[in-house]
Design a binder for this molecule. Structure first.
Ligand code: UDP
Ligand code: MG
Length: 316
């Protein structure tokens, strides 16, 4: 099979007919084999009924239905697991992504040899400053942290080589960082394509402003995991030792100062009357705690089932 289109959707009943019609007419013109996998993320409207209807009239359309709402990452994960096409394309279900981008995305994966091509909604039509400005800042941060030069990391419209989606595990709310997950799995040939973006025709956006707060937290987690996931002590041990050292040096200083003052008969304060003493105390305790956290983290990572899972490209 050539193309799998994976669509995660939550309460998008009005859009589904137009969406599948659009995708089908574009792909059928390309003359390739395809499947459309619709993952119903626990919709409370009649989306699933609609999907069953669509699937009944066209056997390229497949559906997965969650019992409850798990989130876009979970939906994509299951869609990826089921995808059989050589090229996997993800799209949002709200008609904001344009199916006419599919042929070029397909070509970029097949001919230009990209592992992943991400859409870039250069002209965003969400008509909300609350979305556009934070999104710019957020993408700039993501570029810095991940080292992937994408303008629109979280774009729903993306294309992947099949191998990529089978080698990454989207979980939590990590769908925002799939290119980063791919890069960490060794798929670094990541491209970008400017895509058309449309206004949302029906329903309303499922993500609020909290996406940015959570987005930042997830970015920090991923950064940490990719750098120190397999060797946490290198992080906690370093920071812990440094903090401990600060406390230790201050303590020595306090002791020497007191002895010197005493010996020369100068006036001196009790050690516990000095602010520095408390700084030293806090630094020593935190330093030791960080160190112990490092040991615990090592125990956790030693027990992780994937402690020895590597992405092997080929063997001869
Ligand atoms: N979505 C989902 N599960 C959720 C929330 C959203 O599958 O819990 C789907 C939603 O139906 C849509 C896509 O994710 O197909 C993108 O959502 P939305 O359009 O609300 O995001 P925005 O365009 O505002 O970034
Ligand atoms: Mg949308």
């Amino acid at each position: 099979m050539d193309i799998s289109v994976v669509i995660s959707l939550y309460n998008e009943e009005e859009s589904l007919q137009e969406l599948t019609d659009g995708i089908r007419s574009v792909i059928e013109k390309m003359g390739v084999t395809y499947e459309i996998i619709m993952v119903n993320d626990g919709s409370t409207d009649s989306s699933w009924k609609k999907i069953k209807e669509l699937s009944g009239s066209n056997n390229n359309i497949k559906g997965i239905c969650f019992r409850r709402n798990y989130g876009k990452s979970a939906a994509l994960y299951c869609g990826f697991e089921a995808a059989q096409g050589e090229v996997v394309i993800t799209m949002d279900a709200d008609l904001q992504d344009d199916p006419n981008e599919i042929p070029e995305l397909f070509r970029m994966i097949k001919e230009d040899g990209y592992d992943l091509v991400s859409g870039w909604k250069k002209k965003r039509l969400d008509n909300k400053l609350s979305k556009n400005l934070p999104s710019k800042i957020y993408n700039a941060t993501a570029r810095k942290v991940t080292g992937i030069k994408l303008h629109d990391m979280n774009c729903g419209l993306k294309a992947y080589r099949n191998e990529v989606v089978k080698n990454i595990e989207v979980y939590g709310e990590m769908h925002r960082y799939i290119p980063y997950l791919a890069k960490n799995a060794g798929f670094s040939n990541i491209g970008e394509k400017v895509v058309q973006h449309h206004v949302r025709k029906f329903g309303k956006s499922k993500f609020g402003l909290d996406r940015f707060v959570n987005g930042y937290l997830d970015l920090i987690s991923l950064w940490f995991l990719s750098r120190f996931g397999k060797k946490p002590m290198h992080f906690f041990g370093l920071v812990g030792s440094f903090t401990f050292l600060i406390g230790f040096v201050i303590t020595i200083w306090l002791i020497i100062e007191k002895i010197v003052c005493q010996a020369q008969g100068l006036k001196f304060r009790a050690v516990t009357d000095q602010p520095l003493f408390y700084l030293a105390l806090v630094a020593l305790i935190i330093g030791v705690q960080l160190f112990l956290t490092g040991f615990l983290a090592e125990l956790v990572s030693r027990n992780a089932t994937e402690r020895n899972s590597y992405h092997i490209r080929e063997r001869i």
